[in-house]
Design a protein around this ligand. Sequence first.
Ligand code: NAD
Ligand code: UFG
Length: 335
Amino acid sequence: MSILVTGGLGYIGSHTVNALIEAGYSVVVADNLSNSKAQVLDVLQQITNKNIPFYQIDVTDEQAVNDLFEKHPIEGVMHFAGYKAVGESVLQPLKYYQNNVLSTITLANACKQFQVKKFVFSSSATVYGDNEVPFKETMSLLPTTNPYGETKAMGERILKDWVNSDSSFAVSLLRYFNPIGAHPSGLLGESPNGIPNNLMPYVTQVAKGKLKELQVFGNDYPTSDGTGVRDYIHVMDLAEGHVAALQHVTPGVHIYNLGTGAGTSVFEIIQTFERVNAIKIPYKIVNRRPGDLAFYYADATKAKDELGWYAKRTLEDMCRDAWHFEKSLNLIQIK
Ligand code: NAD
Ligand code: UFG
């Protein structure tokens, strides 16, 4: 029996494939390569020393998904596949609803048809909207500022309604905070197409000289130094959180924040990156980015209490590993 990892060649999915295999699971990957490269599969096979079955399919394609379930006995699904660029989702909302919502429905239907009982869903801290900080799993969801965030809230609701109709299914909704960093080998990491939207890939590209300077989106927030505060989590910790969620999932719906519980400002990221990597990051302060919240971080106690999982790696590890990966991209042209 295998775990089907959709989006398994993407940033978080690839690290999770590695973590699952390390934990002794067999894995099947489905990815349409819309935001990843086939070479990531080679890297994963090299790191894990395992042959990983791969299907280049679109997981909104019912026939293709059903064919995969026919071929492989699947024990559980980890659903990472989706689009994730917040700004693009405002410009192309239908593309986001179509991909992110339809993929979840298609996979849930396949699970129903093939009696696959375990489902782990990539949700996001964005579903909390501007709730009080720290965000707790018991809070009501508030509207997000963009279609991407709404697709995640919808995905959660769809899966909850599904389990309400048949309580034999076991679903884990994982709300990620801000994953950064990379596999310590420097072989897996985040390499966005075009100009990065997110802070850490922007920082590493400035460090490399690909981009001139970082733009800090606002220094007038009500935070300790005026810059935005987030709960950054090492992607390796996040990946291990998925394994813990899968190991503990029982019938019903279970929601977990995957974060560290600590907030870090943009200036703190810059300073830590500069210190651990001995590189200067030129930056300038610009206007706030529309839609950004001032600060948020997780209440991470539920995952620790129920899954026995907590984030172990430090901000220093995140900055060091992110830079190691960016430097390695010179040598290996992969995602
Ligand atoms: P990513 O873009 O690196 O990975 C997503 C993968 O899914 C890519 O390899 C892409 O090719 C694939 N894909 C997209 N649509 C597909 C489809 N219809 N069929 C098959 N494959 C498809 O993104 P990521 O950062 O690894 O994020 C993974 C998941 O986690 C996403 O659902 C994202 O919304 C969610 N998430 C990410 C973050 C973050 O900051 N990275 C935060 C919260 C939630
Ligand atoms: N920032 C900058 N300059 C940049 C990029 C970001 O100053 O070039 C700042 C932002 O204003 C924010 C912080 O750095 O204060 C983090 O921004 P990111 O874009 O890296 O991350 P976000 O918190 O905005 O959003 C990310 C994902 C969302 C996801 C959310 C979950 O992009 O998809 O985390 O918490 F929903």
